[in-house]
Write a protein that binds this ligand. Sequence first.
Ligand SMILES: Cc1cc2nc3c(=O)[nH]c(=O)nc-3n(C[C@H](O)[C@H](O)[C@H](O)COP(=O)(O)OP(=O)(O)OC[C@H]3O[C@@H](n4cnc5c(N)ncnc54)[C@H](O)[C@@H]3O)c2cc1C
Length: 274
Amino acid sequence: MQIAEVSAPQNLNEALSFYKRFPNVVPASGCTSLMLESSNKSISIISLHNIQELHKIAKTDRFIEFGAGVTLSRILQIPNIPQLFPLQKAIETIGTFSTRNLATIGGNLFVNGTGTLFPILVLLDANCELRTFNTIKTIKIYDLIKPQNKSMLPDSFIITKIRIPLEYSWQVFLFAKNSTNTFPDPETVLLALTADFLDSNCTNMRIMIHDGRVIRVRPVELYLIGKEFPLAGEEIETTLSIFSDLLIEQNFSKTQQYFFIENLINYLSNIPGD
Ligand SMILES: Cc1cc2nc3c(=O)[nH]c(=O)nc-3n(C[C@H](O)[C@H](O)[C@H](O)COP(=O)(O)OP(=O)(O)OC[C@H]3O[C@@H](n4cnc5c(N)ncnc54)[C@H](O)[C@@H]3O)c2cc1C
């Protein structure tokens, strides 16, 4: 990829006004994915890197809010907030230490389809703030998933904030990704599961699978919520059969199906845990 021109506004208003006048420029934050694009396309960039408003982290009793330009390393350094553990665990699988020092949470959302953090932010019920020069939208990240499980940033919008509620913390979080430290491609898949239990009864569960598409595994969730764990052999078999049908319907390769099934069996035999 060739960079024709770079503009580097110093504040958000300037950036939004520039983007309104030149809608074909590409917004860039840490540039860790843009610099890897192999096409010969020539693009002009609007760098959001100098905008201080996008680097802020704000915390209240009810939520933690990240400016879209907060780096993955900074999020990893936040101690003792259990509601952030799933996000931090997923961040550890993204790139190397030096990539994470530049890579941002906002830049991750729509990288190559959607990035690793998208499905995790869905599990955590996160919202994001999207802005144009004239409009501010706050939208649940889950609601950005469109038919065919594809997600796209609405045209002309810049991501400005990501807000994660702190009022609720899942008891169980499980995460598996088939490849770490590599740039995401359609072969890279992940499975993430959150669950709550009352004694041994599953009271709530969410399962996401991701390969750039973001797929919520509703049929399995619906089957498992209300069940007593550990599951009986027959119940495990039914769960896997429902899951397999969905994986085939979504055209996952045999290797990816094997990865998902193996990890789900592993999870089902270990939750609710101690
Ligand atoms: C070695 C390596 C391993 C990697 N591993 C992973 C991985 O496992 N999972 C993964 O998801 N990614 C991975 N990446 C890709 C990338 O580093 C991350 O997705 C990162 O979070 C992107 O953030 P960034 O700030 O660098 O985004 P950029 O490269 O600056 O931008 C990424 C995309 O988001 C858009 N964008 C950026 N900021 C905004 C904004 N505020 N508003 C609207 N659009 C915006 C850009 O136009 C671009 O399309 C890897 C990269 C490398 C080099």
